[in-house]
Design a protein around this ligand. Structure first.
Ligand SMILES: [Fe+2]
Length: 270
């Protein structure tokens, strides 16, 4: 079976048309992976995958990260379900997952189980396309620059409570330094930025803050972004290595629950 899909915007996102059983075929898994790398985000409307089906699909697209229960992690701000819910406030700001690792996660699959009445939309920004469209003099300026990424900085920007316990935890996650421009093994280039990008190595603070802010604004312009308005049962898959994402804020007591499966990274930042 060939995957039926259409572009959601010129630069990012494809909607895929299929039924759950169509997905559980290794050939389709391979086609979806290829489409994901090309388009950054895949959207399946009202697919209503069972957890086991989601984990099975993920396994055909890459290698599963062990997390949650049998590969399903529940994303929610409800403290009774997720003890670290407060940290999810960081997901309201543009970010990449895994900048505190050498090898960031490749992709995530997210099914909308319970939605918030207000907010909760998810935004995606194609950092491959945004880099490609940068003026040539900016590309030259960015060559060789390296950026320090800090979990503590991202939590402060997200306005997470600065308690002693929180600060101790944030600081237990070491800062990482990555090239600002990531040249992937396939030759494509993307920008490694987001709320976790603390500062450019060797640049004065003012200039560094201005450059990182300018780049984030550039990448998240409407022509490089797709915003998803959830309906129940939607499945979204995104390529974390070249796409920034964020959630529109929603109330802690909204009941919103998303079931996430994550694929391990396959390529180190470079
Ligand atoms: Fe995230």
């Amino acid at each position: 079976m060939a995957v039926q899909a259409e572009n959601l915007t010129p630069t990012i996102g494809s909607q895929v048309f299929c039924r759950p059983n169509d997905l559980l075929d290794p050939v389709v898994g391979g086609q979806l992976r290829q489409l994901l790398v090309e388009r950054g985000v895949l959207v399946f409307r009202a697919l209503h995958l069972e957890d086991e089906q989601q984990v099975q699909l993920a396994g055909m697209m890459g290698k599963l990260r062990p997390e949650g229960q049998k590969g399903i992690f529940k994303v929610t701000l409800d403290n009774e379900v997720n003890a670290q819910a407060e940290y999810l406030k960081g997901s309201f700001l543009w970010h990449m997952d895994g900048t505190h690792d050498d090898v960031p996660v490749f992709a995530s699959l997210l099914t909308g189980r319970k939605l918030s009445q207000v907010g909760g939309q998810t935004g995606f920004a194609n950092s491959y396309a945004a880099y490609e469209a940068l003026p040539r003099d900016m590309k030259v300026r960015l060559e060789g620059l390296r950026v320090v990424h800090s979990f503590e900085v991202s939590m402060m920007r997200a306005d997470v409570g600065r308690t002693d316990a929180n600060v101790a935890y944030w600081r237990s996650i070491p800062e990482k330094t990555h090239s600002l421009v990531w040249t992937h093994q396939c030759g494509r280039k993307s920008l490694v930025i987001g709320c976790h990008a603390s500062h450019v190595v060797g640049m004065n603070r003012e200039e560094s803050d201005a450059l990182l802010a300018e780049l984030l604004e550039w990448v998240t312009q409407p022509q490089f972004t797709y915003w998803h308005e959830w309906t129940p049962g939607d499945l979204l898959i995104w390529d974390n290595t070249g796409v920034l994402h964020r959630a529109e804020p929603y109330p802690f007591d909204s009941g919103r629950v998303m079931h996430r499966t994550t694929l391990l990274g396959e390529e180190a930042f470079a």
